[in-house]
Design a protein around this ligand. Structure first.
Ligand code: MOS
Length: 745
């Protein structure tokens, strides 16, 4: 039996088919329950009150008016909140999910501007919102650090990622830069950004005695269950977290303070509680991307070979978190440079804990790196596609490890052909149509390959020949369940309508977070492991008269709703027949995926060549993306329909990153000034042109199924492709995101 997911004898394959999302009809009919839609008798609604200072103490809370307001059940503050342990910091144990390890409403301290200081429960959401507006607070403010300049003045520290300091030196990059024929050396800045999933964070909570049920908008159900159990001092088995349908996670739907607050309020009230965060509360309580200040310097020889690559800088975070926006990460493996210096510094601020957000590090790091590469191309008078191909590394420049599969040069050539790159005018500002300055630009995309170690699944085969796979993975609209139905169907030689995937439930096997664009390979490796266990189990059941009698697991493979001898499909028995002959109603196996050793042995990434055409108004300074092409190299694509959605969605996020997205923070007090979609601008339909995506489709021989990650790939590179196109259109090099009209006039 092979482990590539193919059938024994070339039977019908499903992997690679453009299967529409299986949850589509349910969602269109409104029959897919989201976290804030679970109904319980006696359910009450929560609204939150947020602090208005960044640091200090709450000296007085006036809750009397709120408590007297219509429909109010109770007001919870640090005076009456149930005891909870601090949130366990992510990474301190395998199921710990906290972005920080702060106590939640256990004392009078304020630790960021926007922290929850009161929770109001009422019979209706409107009554809760109204009563929350009546809560008064007085503070004793303390000196705080709420600007990057002030934080840097207090000293910075080297950031740590995956347990390693983010600092790499190969040779003497500063000396090589100084000696290079051509050098660019520039500072790039990217702003704070906030999460704006279509579905704001929400949960419905019900206590049954000491048993806790939580329907959450989550990308980490098992981590959430474990974390809540720890905080409330109950057994993990007594907490049941589900997230069957979620409207986008993007790194923001982990564990935050609002979940323990809702659970505590439900405990205090003795009634089920629903907390659906307002968009404003999402900004106050759920951290997004922190700001960065990056230096990228590249020294090149006259023929365009990189002699030095320097990518350093600083990002702000808090004293209680575990993560810094790791912007120089992507520069470790991007180019065949003779010398390399990478360094990421963190600076402490009194702020909401920043967190993972859509290609953390790589999205904003690739903006700086790929802008600088474009600057080198301009300085050399060399085509930017050719410059990148000329610096294509043979092995990983940092680790020295071979690439598992890297066909980005093919992606560059195919993309350039399809985009019509050869027709480009390389002279900045040379193409004008009326008021519109037209330009084109390109940039490389890249995203680290991750396969999680926690893949474990239960596979049940029933007497009617249907299969169910159960694994605590997640689907927020990416198509996880659809893709894995295809994987399971193909690997079991069953039609997809005979396969059910159950997921996003903390009582299921496995520890699989929807993070790092890693679920497809993590779950697929687990499905294949479960298939192997199932085949072994079925062979112990076959009778002596079976065509399969005497065969070992390595001699058979799934074929036509059953098993057959490899290369001899005539020796076949259906699953239904095997179970019937053995008198079994079902066969249940549970299996774990092999550990992800490929990540240590190979340099593994997904890649892309991004091409953009922009039109910049010489009158208003507005930049419109008029054409975009992503030419990708990301291994085998399991489902072109759902993958196409991921690719296009990422490019649209990259458009927001380049042109509009910015959380405005008042540096005097750390207050977010634009907490809502009215003033925090993301691309809307009219901003988005037809987006073309193509891919090499070359399977990665080192990954399960030959697939790599795709979810966050196209958020990288896109920002720089747009900025580089704007330079080509206008001659203006904007090194600070977002590229708003004022920067182009
Ligand atoms: Mo993603 S930021 O790894 O959910």
């Amino acid at each position: 039996m092979n482990d590539r997911g193919t059938t024994a004898a070339g039977g019908r394959g499903w992997v690679g088919d453009p299967v529409p999302r299986l949850d589509g009809p349910l969602k269109v009919r409104g029959e897919a329950p989201f976290a804030a839609e679970f109904a319980y008798d006696g359910l009450v609604h929560a609204a939150l009150v947020h602090s208005t200072i960044p640091k200090g103490r709450v000296t007085a809370l006036d809750t009397a008016a709120a408590e007297a307001a219509p429909g109010v059940v109770l007001v919870m503050t640090h005076h009456n909140a149930p005891r909870m342990r601090p949130m366990p910091l992510s990474g301190t144990s395998e199921k710990a999910g906290g972005p920080d390890d702060l106590p939640v409403m256990q004392d009078d301290r304020v630790r960021w501007n926007g922290q929850t200081i009161a929770v109001v429960l009422a019979e209706t959401p409107e009554q809760a919102d109204h009563a929350a507006s009546l809560v008064g607070a007085e503070y004793d403010a303390e000196p705080s650090t709420t600007s990057l300049a002030r934080a840097k003045a207090d000293g910075t520290h080297t950031a740590v990622l995956f347990g390693h300091e983010l600092h790499v030196e190969v040779g003497d990059a500063e000396a090589a830069l100084a000696a290079a024929d051509v050098a660019v050396d520039a500072t790039y800045r990217t702003p704070y950004q906030n999460h704006n999933a279509l579905e704001p964070h929400a949960l419905t909570v019900v206590w049954h005695g000491d048993d806790l049920v939580v329907h959450d908008a989550s990308q980490v159900v098992v981590h959430t269950a474990w974390t809540l159990a720890h905080m409330f001092g109950i057994e993990e088995e007594r907490v049941h977290v589900t997230a069957p349908y979620v409207g986008g996670h993007f790194g923001g739907k982990g564990v935050w303070s609002h979940q323990p607050l809702a659970v505590a309020a439900a405990k205090l009230a003795g009634r089920p509680v629903r907390l659906a965060l307002s968009r404003k509360s999402v900004y106050r309580l759920v951290g997004g991307r922190s700001l960065t200040e990056q230096r990228v310097a590249i020294g090149a020889s006259a023929d365009g070979r990189f002699e030095a690559l320097i990518h350093t800088g600083t990002s702000a975070h808090t004293r209680n978190d575990a993560l810094v926006e790791a912007f120089p990460f992507t520069s470790r493996s991007a180019y065949a440079t003779r010398t390399l210096l990478i360094d990421c510094q963190g600076a402490y601020q009194d702020m909401l804990t920043p967190s993972t957000m859509r290609a953390p590090g790589e999205a904003v790091g690739s903006f700086a790196l790929e802008s600088a590469v474009d600057e080198v191309a301009v300085a050399l008078g060399l085509d930017p596609v050719e410059l990148r191909i000329r610096n294509e590394p043979a092995v990983d420049p940092t680790s020295g490890r071979p690439f598992s599969s890297r066909h980005v040069v093919e992606a560059w050539r195919a993309g350039a052909e399809r985009f019509g790159w050869a027709k480009r005018n390389p002279v900045p500002g040379a193409v004008r149509e009326g008021e519109w300055l037209v330009g084109t630009g390109c940039a490389a995309a890249s995203h680290l390959y991750v396969r999680q170690p926690g893949g474990r699944a239960r596979l049940t085969l029933t007497a009617d020949g249907a299969a169910t796979v159960e694994i605590a993975a997640h689907d927020a609209g990416m198509g996880t369940a659809t893709a894995q139905t295809q994987v399971a169907a193909e690997s079991l030689a069953l039609p997809p309508d005979r396969v059910t995937i159950r997921f996003a439930d903390s009582t299921l096997p496995g520890l699989v977070a929807a993070l790092g664009s890693s679920q497809t390979v993590t779950v697929a490796a687990t499905v294949l492991a479960a298939r192997r266990a199932l085949v072994a189990e079925l062979l112990t059941l076959v009778g002596t008269g079976s065509p399969l009698a005497g065969l070992t697991p390595d001699e058979v493979g799934p074929h036509d709703a059953g098993l057959a001898r490899l290369g001899d499909p005539g020796r076949h028995e259906s699953y239904a027949s095997i179970l019937a002959a053995a008198g079994r109603a079902d066969v249940v196996v549970e299996a774990s995926a092999p550990p992800p050793t490929e990540m240590a042995e190979w340099s593994m990434h997904s890649y892309g060549a991004m091409f953009c055409e922009v039109r910049v108004s010489a009158v208003t300074g507005e930049a419109r993306v008029s054409r975009f092409l992503g030419s990708l190299d990301c291994g085998r694509v399991v489902n072109p329909t759902t993958a196409g959605g991921q690719f296009r969605g990422g490019i649209i996020m990259g458009m927001g990153l380049a042109l509009t997205e910015q959380t405005l923070v008042d540096e005097r007090n750390g207050r977010i000034m634009n907490p809502g979609l009215g003033e925090y601008h993301i691309p809307v339909h009219l901003d988005v042109p037809e987006i073309d995506v193509i891919w090499t489709g070359v399977p990665d021989p080192r990954s399960p199924l030959g697939a790599r990650g795709i979810g966050e790939l196209t958020i990288t590179g896109t920002g720089a492709a747009i900025a580089n196109a704007i330079h080509n259109a206008t001659g203006k090099r904007v090194r600070e995101l977002p590229i708003t009209p004022d920067k182009l006039l």
